[in-house]
Every structure is written in structure tokens, then in C-alpha cells.
Design a protein. Structure first.
Length: 127
């Protein structure tokens, strides 16, 4: 059983002692991504819609580095700073998972890193 550490400059670097993703036994476990621009390392503008789009784009970049696509995601967890953002997040989320969406949990949390509005993590299965 070989554990492969995934890193890409196309997504924000880990802000602590963790990896952007781990591949093991044909599965990709992605760390949570917030709406951080990977170049400027600042939260994007545009409220929940802008941050949701960026967080999911960051997940997409990490998956690509691991050899996967959004179509291979089987489970996501979405953390929201405000559950009232659910509908707006859902609208953006649907543009990334257009058919056969993965299982998902959505949770309101007290606070996210950098006071982000959203964080998304996922698990994907490699072909």
C-alpha cells in the first residue's frame, strides 16, 4: 500500500502540516479548499458565489494533479459559515457536478480559516 502525496501550484498550498490530497488504494482524499486565489493567496471577491466557485476550482485543480476529474468524485463535504448561503452555494455547485452528482453533506460551522464563507473537501475514485 503506497501513499502518494499530491501537490499542485494550481491550488493554494497547504497552510499547515497537511497535504492538498493523498492517493491511496485507487482513492483520492482531498483536503478542504476555501475560496482562496492560489496566486494571490487571498479570498476572492463575489461573496458566497465567488468563493464557492473558487473553492470548487481549487478542488478541481487538486483532482487533476491526482489524475482525476470531478466526474470521479463520490463524496463531498461542504462547510458553510452561514447555512442561509445554501441555495447560492448549491447553484454554483451544480455547475461543477452536472450529471450523477456525488453524495454530499453540507454543514454550517462556527468559523472557517481566513473567515472564508465556504470550504469544500472530497473523495474521488480513480479509474
Amino acid at each position: 500500500m503506497t501513499k502518494i502525496i499530491i501537490h499542485t501550484d494550481s491550488a493554494p498550498a497547504a497552510a499547515g502540516p497537511y497535504s492538498q490530497a493523498i492517493v491511496i488504494n485507487g482513492m483520492v482524499f482531498c483536503a478542504g479548499q476555501v475560496g482562496l486565489n492560489p496566486t494571490t493567496r487571498t479570498l476572492v471577491e463575489g461573496g458566497i458565489e465567488g468563493q464557492a466557485h473558487q473553492a470548487l476550482s481549487n478542488i478541481q485543480a487538486v483532482l487533476l494533479a491526482a489524475g482525476a476529474t470531478m466526474n470521479q468524485v463520490v463524496k463531498t463535504t461542504v462547510f458553510l459559515a452561514d447555512i442561509n448561503h445554501f441555495a447560492a452555494m448549491n447553484a454554483v455547485y451544480a455547475t461543477f457536478f452536472t450529471s450523477e452528482p456525488p453524495a454530499r453533506s453540507t454543514i454550517q460551522v462556527a468559523r472557517l480559516p481566513l473567515d472564508a464563507l465556504i470550504e469544500v473537501e472530497c473523495i474521488a475514485v480513480l479509474d
